[in-house]
Design a protein around this ligand. Sequence first.
Ligand code: BDR
Ligand code: CA
Length: 315
Amino acid sequence: MTPQKIIIDTDPGIDDAMAIFFALNSPELELIGLTTIFGNGFTDLTTTNALRLLEIAERPDIPVAVGAAQPVADRFDEPGSVVHGDDGQGNVHLPPPTAKPVDQNAAAFIIEQVMRAPREVTLVPIGPLTNIALALHLEPRIATAVREVVIMGGNALVPGNITPAAEANIFHDPEAADTVFGTSWPVTMVGLDVTQKTVMSSEQLGKLAQSTTATAQHLSAIIPFYQDFTLKANKFHGIYLHDPTTLAYLVAKDAFQTLQRPVRVETQGFSRGKTWIANDQTNKWSTAWQNRPPVNVCIGVNGPQISDLILERLM
Ligand code: BDR
Ligand code: CA
């Protein structure tokens, strides 16, 4: 089996760290680069964290490309410190990394990698979609050259998490998200409909804490911060596996139920960032969804199967 080449576009982030380690521990996947974005921190911090995580995993050879500092049409000024810590890694304050990012920016890196290996590279954005929209703008041919785009973001049939309407990644750059969902390319939306059904229990977290690998020990040091937030905000003792579920989709697609529907992203008012899927495939209800390509929208998942898989790969 030839592993699937992936680029993770990421804002590490506690669950981003889980996703990156999941990818590195999965023989089905070959991580060819990380591109960074704001979200759980400003982009300089998330870039430092991406480098730090690769060093913990003893993979400093994997390139890291620095992404956009701001959304395409708005200002970003509120990082997710309350969920992920001031350092984006549960306030464990890691030493500075030794490695440096590559000279190319994230959009240029994505374009070069996708165009160099047509239909081989899958993009896995697990933060706001700014870099992906910029790459599409600079080189529209990536839409036909990419293998797949698998996005953590959005909420089709469930409420949001950062506002009642919106999921955090989409909320931080709705204009970019509407471009990405409006492009004709093979996009899968792994949103809150499935990531909030995929939970790691405190019992599973206890098992993870028993692992002696450097990556599992780092996760066990940072996850308690996220667990405390989840207990206060969502009133349960485990954690949601947003970003690792998105990587798990690539290796266990059969565990997910999907609908093929055009997606629009609200960019105005108090519903800013809400992902609206069309009622059906005919799009007869509104011009807003007409002439938009279908997106593969995840609406159901075997949560226990996926959380077991994630735990196994992170041990
Ligand atoms: C998303 O927002 C971030 O806090 C997480 O890393 C995840 O990508 C969940 O809404
Ligand atoms: Ca993330």
